[in-house]
Write a protein that binds this ligand. Structure first.
Ligand SMILES: Cc1cc2nc3c(=O)[nH]c(=O)nc-3n(C[C@H](O)[C@H](O)[C@H](O)COP(=O)(O)O)c2cc1C
Length: 175
């Protein structure tokens, strides 16, 4: 299905956000990175426990070390900055609910990047090497990798995506 359009700015941001995997060489300003992380922290979480933790990686050597841990390494090499997003197991109270909160946090980050004119993609394939990511970033065992967000100024806006029509995903309607 073609993407919907809306005059409502929040809905339009949701519908127009795409995963962006090609970036210009222009660095991302620090304030924008902090704003994106701040938006992540304004996601809802069970008991407002805010279990998210972040590591900003701009350093090319560290980025290369991360790139080698996923088959999507080229995206990490192209991105001027990536943010590794962790859940703090010591802050967790309920496995499912805390992971749901982390998903909300990540989506907020993607939408914030989009709203700021940046492009981002949620990288999950790297989770197969979660322990090595933690070692690369010198972090303790209580931090479990949830995703790496690659971030930059979009090289183009040609990204397309599609969704199943509502009639395929709404199972029943009890009006
Ligand atoms: C849990 C999760 C893991 C993902 N992992 C990757 C990944 O490793 N590499 C990648 O290029 N995109 C990854 N994506 C992005 C999806 O491919 C993308 O969101 C999907 O194709 C829909 O496209 P859109 O975001 O442009 O709407 C991931 C997305 C999610 C939510």
């Amino acid at each position: 299905m073609e993407r919907p359009r809306s005059e409502n700015p929040v809905l339009e941001a949701i519908y127009s956000r795409r995963s962006v995997r090609d970036y210009t060489a222009e660095p991302v300003a620090k304030e924008l990175i902090y704003e994106i992380i701040q938006a992540g922290t304004w996601a809802p979480s069970g008991l407002n426990n805010q279990p998210w933790r972040f590591v900003i990686v701009q350093d090319p050597e560290k980025r290369e070390a991360l790139a080698q841990l996923t088959r999507y390494g080229e995206i990490i090499r192209r991105a001027p900055v990536v943010i590794a997003v962790f859940v703090d197991k010591e802050a967790m109270y309920h496995e499912v609910k805390d992971h749901q909160a982390m998903g909300a946090c990540l989506q907020n980050m993607l939408l914030a990047a989009h709203a700021l004119g940046l492009g981002a993609v949620w990288l999950g394939e790297i989770l197969k090497n979660a322990d090595l990511v933690r070692e690369t970033l010198a972090l303790p065992a209580n931090l479990e990798l949830m995703a790496v967000v690659a971030l930059g100024h979009p090289k183009h806006r040609n990204q397309r995506s599609s969704r199943k029509p509502l009639k395929e995903v709404i199972l029943k309607e009890y009006w």
